[in-house]
Design a protein around this ligand. Sequence first.
Ligand code: IVH
Length: 672
Amino acid sequence: MTKEEAKHKIEVLSQQLRDHNYSYYVLSESKISDYDFDMLLEELQKLEEQFPEFAFEDSPTKRVGGTIAKNFETVKHKYRMLSLGNSYSKEDIEDFETRIKKLVENELEYICELKYDGVAIGITYKNGKLVQAVTRGDGVQGDDVTENVKTIRSIPLQLKGNDYPEEFEIRGEIFFPKNVFEGLNKDREDAGEDLYANARNTASGTLKMQDSGAVAQRRLDCYLYFVLGENLPFKTHYQSIEKAGGWGFKVPTEKDNYVKKCKTIDEIFEFINYWDTERNNLNFEIDGIVIKVNNYARQEEIGFTAKSPKWAIAYKFKAEKVSTKLLEITYQVGRTGAITPVANLAPVLLAGTTVKRASLHNADQIEKIDVRVNDTVFVEKGGEIIPKIVGVEAGQRDIFSEPTQYISTCPECQTELIRKEGDAKHYCPNEWGCAPQIKGKMQHFISRKAMNIDGLGEETIDLLFEQNLVENIADLYALTFDQLFELESFKEKKSQNIIDGLISSKQIPFERVLYGVGIRYVGETVAKKLARQFKTIDHIINASFEELIAADEIGDKIAESIIHFFSIESNVELINKLKEHELQFQLSEDQIANATTKLEGLIFVVSGVFSKFSRDELKASIEQNGGKVSSSISKKTSYIVAGENMGPSKLAKAEKLEVAIINEDQFLEMVG
Ligand code: IVH
């Protein structure tokens, strides 16, 4: 293929994929099968690898993420991110109208929209390209989460048409579709992990994840509801939404009744009442309705308070509440040993689903509402998927009922529970002898950032544990092919895959083994620091508290935790067993020979494509020489190592903050 042909093919494929993305994620219509879509994507990916010079900065292949952010840069909002006043009744809405009518003479038209229960985002477009996405933060400044937002497929990277303003910001709400959130929790349940309680908080946490590849897998979605900019080409809010739809954004339409023009409060209330019940059938959470004055000129006359526009108001739905009988209180043990009491209920219909369990949070909560088995309780569903018990119907209590006695021993291993001062929850301290905790440790050990063992997933760990084949991480290395092959549904290939994965994990570098062992507070970065400074596990085991805190970035809390960990005999034995299995417990000769402190104290951002290194090699080299790698440019950045095709937004930011830009040869000189 000639260069010309490749360039053309990349253009055609990129456009086709953009169109399919739009049909699928915005219009919810699929024109081709998932398989055909993946094939097109793969073809584009291959071409882009071969001809990186022709790849678009906003190529559809970038949707898979991959950028790692260590921290998110704080950015000032160009326009403050305001909130809305709340209303809860027809009278509140009437008051809202009375206030407005004092300020304008003309007849008013309102737009009613759904109030999406998600995370607010402001996205800036320049010349039709997505350049920045910032969270609400405190309304004045928020976090730059551009790379993560770019992975959300219903948000266009390149706008359609040509009638969009040169520069504008669009605001909306990022959320988990209900089925996606349920799927996420199902996976966690299968893996024995604690469930996420609340879709909004999980969406917010997801936006702050450091690995945009992981964000891409989470399948967030976004509705847009507000366009801001100078000299915008519309006269009404409704027009702005319609136009934004034409540019490729996901916006509400009259067709699905997600938006309605209203003249009277009765009309507004029809919309409110419709959605108050119908919301249970939506595939996303809404917590109310937003009412906005449609005409921009009227909006301007009405104006703002310090916190919110006076021309708009939110109507909040009441949380649905039902009563039912409490059958039993059971207690769950999480992977950290935390105990959660759960109310098992006589099944009852709440917000469109049958509820059988509700959270009771902790011992204090049980005492506070004095809830007892056999009570008739009130169950409420707010944003949480697990409904809450909010009270007890006093008159219904059995005269012989006794106050609930909180458990004092672990329901899994019968160890006496402890509760540290200031902690809301009880804990089971039997870290190494309590099933959910043991499984949790093994699951951490095999996880991607630790040993990343091919073929071994959380479900397999559960199975191996239940079959008494493994009790700790060292036992994994004693597994034999025959033991695996005998398990139900374990074919030859799967069994061999696990054995091979275990063998090759013996080459995983020391720092990741150290992280995988699971010492409290020793995360990925701390493990790297420890490995580099102490070089062998024995030096760490033998280090005194003073020696530990003398090390770079190791504070009292971490040092105490390390000392405590190795003061437990069984932990040292575990390390010895792992040593016998020949895992890496010291820096490799290469790591020692090449390690320098030449870049100590310097923070680098790597951008673009390099000819002498892969990006990962370059990052490893920075760390080998004592420097730090960050993914976003800030005032703290010392150097940007720029290859070919450095992103224009990074370049602009580097210039603005006056950060030095060097090429790979200059970098080599620094470490040479
Ligand atoms: S308009 C200046 N429309 O709810 C007007 N906000 O509680 C800005 N929200 O800050 C907001 N759905 O984060 C608007 N259809 C909608 C919305 C919506 C959800 C969020 C938004 C806002 C908050 C107010």
